[in-house]
Design a protein around this ligand. Sequence first.
Ligand code: ZN
Ligand code: ZN
Length: 556
Amino acid sequence: MSERIFIGVAWPYANGPLHLGHIAGACLPPDIFARYHRLKGNEVLMVSGSDQHGTPITVRAEQEGRPPREIAARYHEGFLDSWRRLGISFDLFTTTDTPNHHELAREFFLTLKDKGYIYQDTMALLYCPTCNRFLPDRYVEGTCPYCRCEGVRGDQCDGCGKPLNTVDLIDPHCRLCSALPEIKESEHFFLRLSAFNRQLLDWVKGQSHWRPNALNFTINLLTEGLKDRAITRDIEWGIAVPVAGFENKRIYVWFEAVIGYLSASKEWARSLGDDERWRQFWQGDAKSYYFIGKDNIPFHTIIWPAMLMGYGGLNLPYDVPANEFLTLEGRPLSTSRNWAVWLPDYLERYDADPLRYFLSANMPESGDTDFSWREFVRRNNDELVATYGNLVHRVLTFTYRSFDGSVPEPGAFDEKSKKLLEKAEDVLSAVDRLLHECRFREAIRTAMSLAHEANRYLDDKAPWKRIKEDREGAATSLYVALSVICCLKTALYPFLPFSSRKLHHLLGFEGGVEDGGWSTAEMPPGQRLATPESLVTKLDERVADEETVRLGGAGC
Ligand SMILES: [Zn+2]
Ligand SMILES: [Zn+2]
């Protein structure tokens, strides 16, 4: 029976181009997962959008002297282009600045307010006497009161990941003018998180399938006890607070951005002319997965579930696969410090699949992992090209040369042939199980082990030598190798969609890879293959060394 899978992808702030950290953290894993489920014949809805509000956008806008809307629109266009070229297969990638999203965010706010989960109170806030303004979130920097990490921003600590209020910071200063802020009172609305503490803890304790990072972090925060959190800000850019007297304030970006998962689903349904279709992915036995970086854990395991509990009638997250961070040559990637490999730069020079391969095989699932150009080139040349590309190339070329470009008719299978075909079946079901559990790194390594095995089999059988005295034997080993390659095409499709699509065509199949489903397709004897061409390309090491200087170190 087919399943319904909702996939929410963390909303990137539209305040700069995407870098490899975004891709490894929250963008590539959900695409692998979505492609896998589509291959399995399941119904998938994968949505996200650019986060157009909040202080990351306004800080950038002030730095550039442009309106926030213009900044956000510019980077949103860039995101769309990057998704297309990297093959991130969203059903909808929208923005938080649509009328649909504004309307739903206001409705959500008012529903929670009517139910008593949002209340008004006076709070002490940091105010810059020099700039004459309140300093919300990223307008202030200081030291984390929990872990003593320095230079953290007012909304969340980069060191320990805890959500912060600006007044909690030790030694705060204005990020615009460095002045020492004063404390001033202001009226705001609060989300009554404390009301959900027990319910959240009971729920989270039942999520034993979550990764330890999300599970432990969340249980710790809930055990310490939740504090109510202000969800409005003294800022001009964002979604208006739908209450009289609050015209000069906006809804906190994190409160409304998570509602984006729902508003995007509604926008998607409307675009199909079936306004209620979103319900199939938000109610009943549909499962919802939220793919995020570890810094987003509390917003997806506490704040959004609490909002959903308060609102009622919608599914809570089934899983929240949170990745750790990718570092660049040992240092954390950072937009503000300009230490990053920017995705548009990468895509101008190289294909998508080598990057998808590297980031999958090196995915920061259980700890931080590192990107370096040298390692990227090595993995591409020594693993992807040498193992997989080479296997495909020699099998197809030989079939073309010696069997007239058609899948040969096999004779009886010997022990080694039977073993390899069994291994192909086993690998496909192991990869199936691993992908189902969001264990992407192990899944791609398992798939690649089959390519290794097939190479060893071919070296042993050497059909190119054997054909002179035993044409049937050579035909049989080629047939086995072709069937294994066909299986690899399926197992690697979620990771390497461009290569799999090419291979699908080279093997003589019509239509898309997803049409074939998740099964060990027997190669039909007699099927015509297309003229062999290189599946993946070897990269030049010297070029990559220069890229480090050009792409990574600029302005550092
Ligand atoms: Zn901290
Ligand atoms: Zn200031």
